[in-house]
Design a protein around this ligand. Structure first.
Ligand code: KMH
Ligand code: ZN
Length: 270
């Protein structure tokens, strides 16, 4: 099996310091969280940013500032993946802003979904426009799949040329689709040839889903955005602790953890 790429989702948009004091919000805190996560074994950073009040923002200048700080403290530079999902309820237009910083990768949410009591809106024309802008700027999309219908949409977009193969998928388990082995198996079985995939189990599903990905040759996402607990009742002191746990699981499954350079090669990035 190929080395496993570990993604760290450091910040998120919905998480607050009230839920965990370990959430990084300032550019310096995010850069330090990045440094620790990469030192622990993460090769991709999935990034949201916050404004001076600690509120989620899609502001390009704030993204630029955070990316610059991360580049200064992480050598070699990890794969920087900006969020285009923002916070649930953000205007669609505001979610294009992060592409301005020319990241290696960006999330591409493939469809709308119930998100807690709200709706995370991703209407098809928006998804097509987002895919087009990423393609034309040479930004590799990470296609976020919350539901089986999103995979159908993504397969169609690949066929229609909006997304260039080999495609990279993130299966987000435990928001809409239950985080079960059966559901993950179905998603993986529907992947197009040559695709890479990773899984983000939400909350207590983070590590059970990671285990399956490790066994089946997939990649793994961990981090405070998805789960704040290292184990039941024990807050992770940062995403780095979740990365360390993922690395230990990988070693238990005899999966080598990809370096940044290996992750770039596997992901087709220069
Ligand atoms: N905050 C969620 C509504 C992404 O980064 O692209 C969406 C999200 C996905 O976090
Ligand atoms: Zn996100």
């Amino acid at each position: 099996m190929k080395p496993v790429i570990i993604t760290a989702a450091l910040v998120g948009a919905e998480l607050t310091k009230e839920k965990t004091p370990y959430l990084p919000v300032t550019p310096d805190e995010i850069a330090e969280a990045a440094r620790l996560a990469v030192a622990a074994g993460a090769a991709i950073l999935h990034l949201h940013v916050r404004d001076d009040q600690g509120r989620p923002t899609n502001d390009a200048e704030r993204f630029r500032e955070v990316l610059e700080k991360i580049k200064k403290v992480c050598r070699p530079t990890p794969i920087l993946q900006v969020s285009t999902g923002g916070m649930v309820g953000d205007s669609l237009e505001s979610r294009f802003q992060s592409l301005a910083v020319k990241p290696d990768m960006a999330s591409l949410n493939a469809g709308s979904v119930n998100f807690g009591t709200e709706i995370f809106e991703n209407p098809l024309p928006f998804v097509k426009q987002m895919a087009t802008r990423q393609r034309d700027r040479d930004i590799k999309p990470e296609i976020e799949i919350y539901d089986l219908s999103h995979l159908e949409t993504a397969l169609q977009l690949i066929q229609e040329g909006y997304i260039h193969p080999p495609a990279h998928f993130q299966f987000v388990m435990g928001v809409a689709l239950a985080a079960t082995e059966q559901n993950l198996r179905l998603l993986v079985s529907r992947l197009p040839a040559g695709a890479t995939w990773t899984v983000a189990g939400i909350g207590r599903h983070q590590f059970p889903m990671a285990e399956l990905a490790l066994q089946w040759g997939g990649h793994v996402r961990v981090g405070l955005e998805d789960n704040i607990y290292l184990e039941k009742g024990v807050l992770a002191k940062g995403s780095y602790e979740l990365v360390e746990k993922a690395v230990a699981l990988a070693q238990g499954q005899r999966r080598v953890v990809a370096t940044v350079l290996e992750a770039r090669k596997i992901s087709g990035l220069s």
